[in-house]
Design a binder for this molecule. Structure first.
Ligand SMILES: [Fe+2]
Ligand SMILES: [Fe+2]
Length: 339
């Protein structure tokens, strides 16, 4: 049953409205403040609001309702008894959807209330459908991105979920840089794909248990450009972002990186972030060609490479919050079932 909240200082009007609208669940308040509290508690489908009340006018109640996050979308109909010439203009400007004059005409009142309740319920249903579909798309997006990353990961045998951890570190850096949650999440998802180009590198090179020779190293380095080419033609913003990360995560602040030897801030911020996150994880992790580094050695490496290999600002974030990054690394290193 739809719910209606009546806010009116005259008990007779409340009674009259309640009996005309007996098919609805009625809630009533005799003054504005109580009405506001009741609106939040009950979440009605419609509010009938008297304009002329002693403590807080209906206009003020409406203004406050429209400023409240939870209830601002609930339709408000003003109840009027000859309120002067411009009351409609004021009311509509405050966000009211309609006016009903006192004394009430039962039939008219019922049909107006019915129309606005139906419209509001329809709007709520549509809203929740859009929200659930958006959530569905977001989850699908997430799954597909991680699936693609897993394929690259399987091939290169970089166990320990390197790609996922790098993505988490990128998320942390973005948080420290003050980016909003949506942006941080987007960058995290895109960073999962930073090494996707490795699917185009032969297994012999990817999994060679010793250092690569010059020719092999040259081939290995093509993974950033390969990844970029795989992603850049996508019409999705997330994939465009992933393309930039794939391309630039091996560029260096001093211009000595690859593929283009870009320098300083000509490398995108997210490329510079991923460069730090990628090396941080690779050093701590065991690889086919190396043992894991001690935490102190990793820290010293970043101190040494601050401003040469890595963006100094991002390196500072890592160094100032080193324990937290190590803690996160350890938490993510644990098998998924034990997290
Ligand atoms: Fe890489
Ligand atoms: Fe990587």
């Amino acid at each position: 049953m739809a719910k209606i909240l009546i806010i009116d200082d005259t008990p007779e009007y409340i009674e009259m409205l309640s009996s005309i609208l007996s098919e609805y669940e009625i809630y009533a308040a005799k003054e504005g403040k109580k009405g506001l509290a009741l609106a939040e508690m009950v979440m009605p489908d419609l509010i009938l609001l008297d304009i002329n009340m002693p403590l807080m006018t209906g206009y003020e109640v409406c203004r406050r309702l429209k400023a409240m996050d939870k209830v601002h979308a609930i339709p408000v109909i003003f109840l009027t008894a000859n309120e002067g010439s411009n009351y409609e203009e004021i009311g509509f400007n405050l966000g009211a959807v309609d006016f009903i004059s006192k004394p009430f005409h039962a039939g008219l009142l019922k049909s107006r209330v019915k129309t606005h309740v139906s419209l509001y319920q329809l709007q709520c249903n549509l809203q929740s459908q859009v929200e659930s579909q958006t959530e569905e798309i977001r989850k699908l997006n997430f799954e597909m991105t991680y699936l693609a990353a897993s394929i690259a990961e399987l091939k290169s045998k970089e166990t320990g979920e390197h790609l996922r951890r790098v993505a988490e570190f990128c998320y942390l850096f973005c948080k420290f840089l003050g980016k909003d949650e949506t942006e941080c999440e987007k960058i995290k998802m895109a960073a999962v794909l930073h090494d996707i180009g490795k699917v185009g590198i032969s297994d012999e090179i990817l999994n060679k248990p010793s250092a690569l020779d010059a020719q092999e190293w040259k081939i290995m380095k093509t993974h950033s450009l390969l990844g970029y080419e795989m992603l850049v033609d996508s019409e999705f913003e997330l994939m465009q972002l992933a393309a930039v990360i794939a391309l630039e995560h091996h560029e260096r602040w001093d211009g000595e990186g690859y593929p283009y030897g870009k320098e300083g801030e000509t490398i995108s911020l997210i490329g510079r972030i991923c460069a730090v996150a990628d090396v941080f994880d690779s050093l701590l992790d065991k690889r086919a060609y190396k043992e894991p580094w001690e935490e102190k050695a990793v820290r010293d490496y970043f101190i040494m490479m601050r401003g040469s290999q890595f963006d100094p600002q991002i390196t500072d974030i890592l160094l100032e919050n080193f324990d937290m990054f190590i803690y996160t690394w350890k938490a993510l290193k644990r098998p998924r079932s034990k997290r």
